[in-house]
Design a protein around this ligand. Sequence first.
Ligand code: TXA
Ligand code: MG
Length: 319
Amino acid sequence: MIGQDLDTAIRILKEEELVAIPTETVYGLAGNALSTKAVARIFSVKNRPGFDPLIIHIPSLEVLDKWTYRPSAELHLLAERFMPGPLTLLLPRREMIPDLVTSGSSLVAVRIPAHPMSQALLSALDFPLAAPSANPFGYISPTTATHVADQLGDKIPYILDGGPCAVGLESTIIGLEDGIVTVFRKGGLAVESIEALVGPVQVKAHSSSNPQAPGMLKSHYAPRVPLVFGSLEELTARHAGQRLGILAFQEVSEQLAGPDTLVLSPSGNLLEAAQRLFAAMRALDQRDIELIVAEPLPETGLGRAINDRLRRASSQEKE
Ligand code: TXA
Ligand code: MG
């Protein structure tokens, strides 16, 4: 059921069942992070492999110490500046966080969402919420309550509807590697904003051979219809004769325009493009087409995270 009733969500979560919740990045599939029953259910509903750990969500920085040990100076600075927001930090976990949540790692991923509904919900609970994106493993993350209902509606008792997600991309995941601040997943907080605060950081390219954060798996975020990523002119010429869907950044030429051409931001605004990206990929995935052709955005700001998702969606590599 889709609804907006916080009390219903609170009751279900206290019963160790799952609720899909809105955040400003994407919708999450939430359960009591301290309950192995709830956490196990998250893995089974998502069909997610146990080696891929979950993010815990807390209401504010004040309770960070309760679940983790003190972050390094740089991570602390980032937390103070960007939390609540589209940032996830990898921090040393305290013992009460179950192994199942972190897949056995000594680090736990922590996020403080800014969405008022998830804020209100988390403030009413005395446990953190483990919540991966509320999509079947390997598919595009949901940015509306309807996206969640379409794929998981029959598997969970309640979907809290907080409207379309304002950021539209998953959080940026940051931690330390050999003492160096490292971006493990590009996301809704731009690398430039992070570097403006703590200086140059290491940005991990995705790797499917030895994924530290399995969100780095190459073939992730993939629609069912195959997707190719590159110049629209070149790719549409190369695949002429196939029924194509086109995912364009800005206004396209008359030649490329048509019912199966979706434009992310006619004016070329990266924030707007990020907001619309996943809904557009889902929409094209429903069309009667054989191939999605998507073009790269400028490699700056959120454009980097968007290109990362499109590149991974285009990968034919299997997990
Ligand atoms: O914006 C977001 O981050 C959303 C919303 C719901 O908060 N959540 C999200 O969760 O995208 P998920 O599970 O789809 O992606 C989290 C990523 C996974 O790739 C996981 O491998 C990585 O975070 N991760 C979680 N805990 C980790 C840990 N202890 N060490 C390394 N990577 C971790
Ligand atoms: Mg996910």
